[in-house]
Design a protein around this ligand. Structure first.
Ligand SMILES: [Zn+2]
Ligand SMILES: [Zn+2]
Length: 552
C-alpha cells in the first residue's frame, strides 16, 4: 500500500545566498526523505518557496539601493539554480510573491477573523524619532528577557529561540541608528493563541515520535502559557489586509509565510491542471512533515498548528524533524561576518555528492555538528573514493575488460557469498526503517558499512587473481559484488542521487533509480554494462588552506 507524504520545507528569506547551515539544517534532510519515499513507491509532494516579504529583504534592498521586489527576484532565481545543481528535488519551489499566495493568505485571515480567532487591539509600536519611522520588529535590538542575550531582536531571540515582542526587550534600541525607540499607540490585529492552549497541549503530548529536542522545547514553552500575538504591522512591503480602512498595514511575515505550505500546494495543483488535487495532501490519510532549523520550531509546532486548528478541516503536522546548528571550522556560523560557506560558491568549484555525503554523515540531528574543509577532503578521499568509489571502479572495470562488458553468470553461491547477499538485503531494510523515522546519519552509516563489507569479501575472493585458474569462481564473486553494488546504488540514492543515477546507468539499467524501487535488484547475467567511469574524484589537500582562507 503506497503512502501519501506531504513535505513542507522552511521558506528561506530571499535576501542572501544559501549557506551550509541552512542546507544541513533544513534542505538536504527533506530531499533525502522525499527521494527515499519516491523510491519506495509512495506519493510525495515536497514544496517550499522564497519568503520575499519580511524586513530582511527590505534591509537588504535599502543597503543595495534597490526595490525589495528586485532583491527577492534575484535571490529566488539563485535559489532555483542552487536546488537544481545540488539536487534538492522540490515538486514546487515558489515564492510568497504570487497572487495565489496573497489570495490564500487573505482567505485564511478572513476565516480566522470571522471565527473570532483574530481580533483588533491597540498596541504600542516602536517609533524611532531619529530615523522618523515605525520600526519593524527585526529592526529593534535589545536584551532577551528569557536568557539575557544582548543581541536579541524584537521578533525573536536567536540564542534561546523564543519568539519575542519589541516591548519585552530590555534596553531596546533602534537597529539602524542605535537610538532608544519610543512606543506609540497603533491599532493591530492579533491571533488568539490563548484559545488553543489546551488543545495544543493535549495534541503535543501525543507526539512522542517527535525528536526529543523538538518535543521537550515545545512542551516547555506551552506549559509556560501562551500569549496572543500581533499579526499585522505598519509597513508597506507585504500582503495587504483584505479589509477596508487599513491601508498602511500588512500581514506580519511570520503569520503569512507559514501559509505558504498550503498556498504552494494549491499552486502545484493548478499547475498540474487538477485544481482540487491539493486536498489529496492536506486531508485524510496523509503524513505531513515539516523540515526546518531549530530557530523555527515554535512556528511549526505551535503557531501553524493553532492556525490550522482555527481554520479547520486540514491536517496538522505529523512530524517536525528540526535540526540543530552546523558550526563552521569550530565557530558559530555568521553570515554578516562571512563566517559561512555559501552553496553557490561551493557548487561553482565542486560536485554536489561529496558535500551531500559529508552533511549526511555529520547531520546536526541531535546536537550541533561542525563542518571543516579538512573533514570534507578526508571523507571524500577516504570514504567516497577509497571505500565506495574504488569498490565500484575495480569491479566494473574488471568485469568490463574480462567478461566482455556483461554481467557474468554465477556458479554455485557458497555460504560466504550468500552471507554478503543477505547482508545487502538486510541493509536495505535497515536503511528503510531508519529513513522512515528520519534518522539520516545512522542510515547512511549503515549503507556505507555494506560497502566496507563488500571490500572485505573481494579481498577474500580476489577474483582478479583467481580468474586465471578458475574463471567460474571469479565470475561468481564478481556477480555477487555487482549485486551488492546494485544494492548500494539504491541504499545511497537518497543521499547521493547524482552518483547513484550514474551507477544505475553503468550497471546497464534503464530509467531511474526511483523507478527501479526500493529492492535489491541484482543485474541479470548477460546485462550489458556501460564503459566504466569513476563515481568520485580524489581531492587535493591544498584546497583546505585555500577554502579556509575565504572565511571571515
Ligand atoms: Zn533568549
Ligand atoms: Zn533609528
Amino acid at each position: 500500500m503506497s503512502e501519501r507524504i506531504f513535505i513542507g520545507v522552511a521558506w528561506p528569506y530571499a535576501n542572501s545566498p544559501l549557506h551550509l547551515g541552512q542546507i544541513a539544517g533544513a534542505y538536504l534532510p527533506p530531499d533525502i526523505f522525499a527521494r527515499y519515499h519516491r523510491t519506495k513507491g509512495n506519493e510525495v509532494l515536497m514544496v517550499s518557496g522564497s519568503d520575499q516579504h519580511g524586513t530582511p529583504i527590505t534591509i537588504r534592498a535599502e543597503q543595495e539601493g534597490k526595490r525589495p521586489a528586485e532583491i527577492a527576484r534575484e535571490y529566488h532565481q539563485q535559489f532555483l539554480e542552487s536546488w537544481q545543481k545540488f539536487g534538492i528535488s522540490f515538486d514546487l519551489f515558489t515564492t510568497t510573491g504570487t497572487a495565489n499566495h496573497t489570495q490564500v493568505a487573505q482567505e485564511l485571515f478572513l476565516t480566522l477573523l470571522n471565527k473570532g480567532y483574530i481580533y483588533k487591539a491597540t498596541v504600542k509600536q516602536a517609533f524611532c524619532a531619529k530615523c522618523q519611522r515605525y520600526l519593524p520588529d527585526r529592526y529593534i535590538e535589545g536584551t532577551c528577557p528569557h536568557c539575557g542575550y544582548t543581541g536579541a531582536r524584537g521578533d525573536q531571540c536567536d540564542q534561546c529561540g523564543k519568539p519575542l515582542t519589541p516591548e519585552e526587550l530590555i534596553q531596546s534600541r533602534c537597529g539602524v541608528c542605535g537610538a532608544t525607540p519610543e512606543f506609540k499607540d497603533s491599532e493591530h490585529f492579533f491571533l488568539r493563541l490563548t484559545a488553543f492552549e489546551d488543545k495544543l497541549l493535549s495534541w503535543v503530548r501525543q507526539q512522542e515520535h517527535w525528536r526529543p529536542n523538538v518535543f521537550n522545547f515545545t512542551l516547555r514553552y506551552l506549559e509556560e502559557g501562551l500569549k496572543d500575538r500581533a499579526i499585522t504591522r505598519d509597513i508597506d512591503w507585504g500582503i495587504p489586509l483584505p479589509l477596508d480602512g487599513f491601508p498602511g498595514k500588512r500581514l506580519y511575515v511570520w503569520f503569512e509565510a507559514v501559509i505558504g505550505y498550503l498556498s504552494a500546494t494549491k499552486e502545484w495543483a493548478k499547475s498540474i491542471g487538477d485544481e482540487e488535487k491539493w486536498r489529496y495532501f492536506w486531508q485524510g490519510e496523509v503524513k505531513s512533515y515539516y523540515f526546518i532549523g531549530k530557530d523555527n520550531i515554535l512556528f511549526h509546532t505551535i503557531i501553524w498548528p493553532a492556525m490550522l486548528m482555527g481554520y479547520g478541516g486540514l491536517n496538522l503536522p505529523y512530524d517536525v524533524p528540526a535540526n540543530e546548528y552546523l558550526t563552521i571550522e569550530g565557530r558559530k556560523l555568521s553570515s554578516s561576518r562571512n563566517w559561512a560557506v555559501w552553496l553557490p560558491d561551493y557548487l561553482s568549484r565542486y560536485d554536489p555528492d561529496p558535500l551531500r555525503y559529508l552533511l549526511s554523515v555529520n547531520m546536526p540531528e541531535t546536537g550541533d555538528t561542525d563542518f571543516s574543509w579538512r573533514e570534507f577532503v578526508r571523507r571524500n578521499n577516504d570514504e567516497l573514493v577509497a571505500t565506495y568509489g574504488n569498490l565500484v571502479q575495480r569491479v566494473l572495470t574488471f568485469v568490463y575488460r574480462r567478461f566482455d562488458g556483461c554481467v557474468p553468470a554465477p556458479g554455485e553461491i557458497d555460504s560466504r557469498s550468500q552471507g554478503l547477499l543477505d547482508k545487502a538485503e538486510e541493509t536495505l531494510k535497515i536503511v528503510d526503517g531508519l529513513l522512515y523515522r528520519c534518522r539520516f546519519r545512522e542510515a547512511i552509516k549503515s549503507a556505507m558499512s555494506l560497502a566496507q563489507e563488500a571490500n572485505r569479501y573481494l579481498e577474500d575472493k580476489s577474483p582478479w587473481k583467481v580468474v586465471k585458474q578458475d574463471r567460474q569462481a571469479a565470475a561468481t564473486a564478481l556477480y555477487v559484488a555487482l549485486a551488492v553494488i546494485s544494492g548500494l546504488r539504491t541504499a545511497l540514492y537518497p543521499f547521493l542521487p547524482f552518483s547513484s543515477q550514474k551507477l544505475h546507468k553503468l550497471l546497464g539499467f534503464e530509467g531511474s533509480v526511483e523507478e527501479d524501487g526500493w529492492q535489491l535488484h541484482m543485474p541479470p547475467p548477460g546485462q550489458k554494462l556501460l564503459p566504466p567511469e569513476p563515481l568520485f574524484t580524489k581531492l587535493d589537500e591544498e584546497l583546505i588552506a585555500k577554502e579556509t582562507g575565504r572565511l571571515g
